[in-house]
Design a protein around this ligand. Structure first.
Ligand code: ADP
Ligand code: ASP
Ligand code: MG
Length: 436
């Protein structure tokens, strides 16, 4: 079986939904994972903010506009009156629920319930569209099998058992449609795999059903060698290894959720990135195979906090690193980059939710400086640190303000920390130097 995931743009208009239908109509049984229609999740996040701030009128206005958009979409997409009626009723139910949320007090659970509605809408609409087009499709409710554990990791045993049980218990279909992104938590409450999580849903499903391949269909012709939103003349990379793709996704390449390749790499299930609007383009194939060495792509991750920790006892203060790490461990805060000198450590974190407590504890035995608004610019490629051209990178660094550099932590990655104001310039300069 194949797993195909279609992102927001791919299901964001009638024209693109028709493209999706054409892509999936042949080629055997498949699971189709859908995101919310483009823009919807952002609007639902904004609605949650309205609730948090008591802005009921704003929230109602936002919902009115979104309601019109959904009704326009189904009017264009569906021509069978019974299906149109059924989908119209479903949309009404979702919007009644969202309006009722405006009377609630904000909580994380309320947020999770609100942001999940985009995927409920897109999958319901699309499944009825396929039925109208005479296809043998059925809807698999993600909440019946998709669950994370207390560490927010996919509960693979539960997912495998329940997904197989559900598929075995319903009449066979050619196309099983399900919601990306959403899941239950360990207590059975509504949760999600974080923004962009539909990619992760697809590879989790791919791993538990032992899929031949997972395909991520999006609005661009594959994984580019730099962020096309910020840098000109980028191009798609035809092949990436799991390691390379994982590093790029972790360090900010928006095309993939950071965890996407984790579930499938241990089973060697290929991940193919494809463009819904241009299905004939090759895209990118991610496998365990290594294709070429040296710098392959550049990505950047924003909203990084840099922390410089200076030992108050100065030289030979052994045990200092241990004490520092124990504090980050206590607050379950992962460290991304780290450099050390005899008397100080600089490190970066991207989750600053416990920053205040961490700094308070560090200050008991060290001098601490915190810099916000930092970005990590990450260069990735197999054996990048051994490649003969890589040392020339240091020439281009004369022109950019690098705050920290991490070289050799992994053979496949060199990371530079810069102020976020300098990110674009760094991305462009390094890109021109390396690829042009
Ligand atoms: P989807 O809604 O299909 O999940 P996303 O918006 O999450 O799509 O991801 C696709 C977008 O990621 C592209 O349109 C592009 O602007 C952006 N992007 C950022 N970095 C890269 C990269 N290295 N390669 C390709 N696309 C990238
Ligand atoms: N709709 C969700 C989001 O916008 C999940 C996804 O698109 O993958 O984050
Ligand atoms: Mg995405």
């Amino acid at each position: 079986m194949l797993v195909l995931k279609f992102g927001g743009t791919s299901v964001g208009s009638v024209e693109n939904m028709t493209n999706v239908k054409n892509i999936i109509k042949s080629g055997g049984k498949k699971v189709v994972v859908l995101s919310a229609m483009s823009g919807t999740t952002n609007i639902l996040v904004a609605l949650s903010e309205n609730i948090r701030n008591g802005e009921v009128a704003e929230g109602n206005k936002t919902l009115d506009a979104l309601y019109i958009k959904y009704n326009e979409t189904i009017n264009e997409l569906l021509n069978q009156s019974d299906l149109k009626q059924e989908v119209g009723n479903y949309i009404d139910g979702v919007f009644d629920f969202l309006r009722s949320c405006l009377k609630e007090t904000y909580s994380e659970l309320l947020y999770n319930n609100i942001v999940s509605q985009g995927e409920f809408l897109s999958t319901f609409i699309f499944s009825r569209f396929l039925i109208q087009e005479g296809m043998n499709a059925c809807l698999l409710p993600a909440l019946d099998f998709m669950r994370i554990d207390r560490n927010k990791e996919p509960d693979n045993f539960y997912i495998r058992q329940n997904l197989n049980r559900i598929i075995d218990g319903i009449p066979p279909a050619d196309i099983y449609i399900t919601q990306g992104f959403i899941c239950l938590d360990a207590d059975g409450e509504m949760s999600n795999l974080e923004r962009g999580g539909s990619d992760y849903t697809a590879t989790i499903i791919g791993s538990v059903i032992n899929a031949e391949e997972v395909q991520i269909w999006t609005d661009i012709d594959g994984f580019h060698n730099n962020d096309p939103r910020f840098v000109e003349n980028t191009h798609a990379i035809s092949d990436l290894s799991y390691d390379e793709a994982a590093e790029l996704a972790y360090f900010g390449a928006k095309i993939l959720h950071p965890q996407t390749v984790m579930p499938v790499r241990k089973f060697d299930i290929p991940v193919r990135l494809k463009n819904t609007m241009s299905p004939e383009s090759y895209g990118t194939l991610i496998t365990s195979k290594i294709h070429g060495e040296g710098i392959k792509a550049i990505a950047a991750k924003d909203a990084i906090t840099a922390i410089k920790i200076k030992s108050a006892r100065m030289l030979n203060a052994h045990g200092f690193l241990k004490k520092v790490f124990e504090i980050f461990e206590k607050y379950e805060t992962p460290i991304d980059m780290i450099t050390t000198s005899e008397i100080a450590i600089s490190l970066t974190i991207d989750d600053d939710s416990h920053l205040e407590s961490i700094v308070e504890e560090l200050k008991k035995f060290a001098l601490v400086e915190v810099d916000n608004n930092q970005s990590i610019v990450c260069l990735v490629g197999h054996s990048i640190i051994f490649h003969e051209d890589t040392h020339k990178l240091f020439q281009v660094l004369q022109d950019v303000n690098v705050r920290m550099i991490s070289y050799g932590g992994s053979n496949n990655n060199i990371s530079l920390l810069v102020h976020s104001d300098d990110k674009l310039e760094t991305l462009r300069k390094v890109h021109n130097y390396v690829f042009n």
